[in-house]
Design a protein around this ligand. Sequence first.
Ligand code: PMP
Length: 413
Amino acid sequence: MFNPTEIRKEFPVLSQQVNGQPLVFLDSAATTQKPIAVIEAMNDFYKNHYSSVKRGAYSLSAKTTQKFEDARAKIASFIDAESENSIVFTKGATEGINLVAWSYGLSNFEEGDEILLSVLEHHANIVPWQLVGKEKKAKIKVFPCDDNGDLQISELPNLLSEKTKVVSLTHTANSIGTVNPLSEIIPIIRKLAPKAKILIDAAQGAPHSKISVKSMDCDFLVFSGHKIYGPTGIGVLYGKKELLQRMPPWQGGGEMIDEVSFEKTTFASTPARFEAGTPPIAEVLGLSAAIDWLNGVGMENIIKHEHQITDYALHSVRALPATQIIGNPKNRGAIISFIVKSENRGSDIHPHDIAMILDENGIAMRAGHHCAQPAMQRLGVQATLRASFAVYTVPWEIDRLCQSLKRAARIFG
Ligand code: PMP
């Protein structure tokens, strides 16, 4: 039986007091807490099996290499990829996007080419394209959203053409929680921009939904380990195998080569060619344990629970007199974003001031632009408070949030 109160006990961080009160952790979109199974898997590696991968001809290293490659296969199956060779280990979603931009983008963009990004993107899915776009004189076009924060699909015919070389879109907007209708959008891109490669930023999607890169029909997909109950310092880039195989390396070093001489170097096949240097081994094993843990809990259970808790939070926060939810997307992930108005001053109370009061009450919540300044600007705010949920979020945390928001409104109102 799925029971979030029991699940919380598996997360040591959640049992502590902060400022004299039980911690309320509502910042899982920034990073999730870690279950003991993940912490133990990494400890076990350091305590009992520590060795490098690939290089050693000795048993310890051979075993670690096996576990490391098993993790790759596990991740391939987790996102329904055709082969483990489509899985490249990166430092996180940010590095995955940079890899595609600096490898695929740099070698394929020509002057006048176009890159389509949505206005809802995290800066990690904007800035790498700007850097490479500038280098190659490729132009960025912006897929707009409406006042609710839903992408305006009817605009696609005006934005896509033979010139579009990359479309890079988020699965779920980290700022306001919009879940994009990718199964509707991707076929339109395929039809109107036949030369475009499609990258999906699943940093906020992979922890909260079933991902199938096959049925989605994307060319690339990225996510981060630390947002999916795994460690920091590890992420995943999925790429269609034949595409990765044609892409040049973006970083050079050990393990990514076939043969090296001062005259000429030849490169290993994918994924090794994109994994220069000693990889983050403990982190890969930690991510592998996180996927096992998640599969054990069951993604269907997680999705159902997060829907319920998000609905509860939305209704509770909406019911407070001074709050205003920002964005009202048709399909919402486990995120709500809002501002608090001052009744007397007739203006907004700065989200950072509210966050300070929340912290006094033991509530960990993010305030700011959430690395999505274009989205904030489009929705007419500079910053918001963001409550984001995970498998371990429970209703009393939302109740505590609401009490504390009332207190903050009294203090600043
Ligand atoms: N994309 C989205 C939608 C995100 O929410 C984040 C993290 N906030 C990133 C990309 C970047 O992830 P990371 O910092 O783990 O590389």
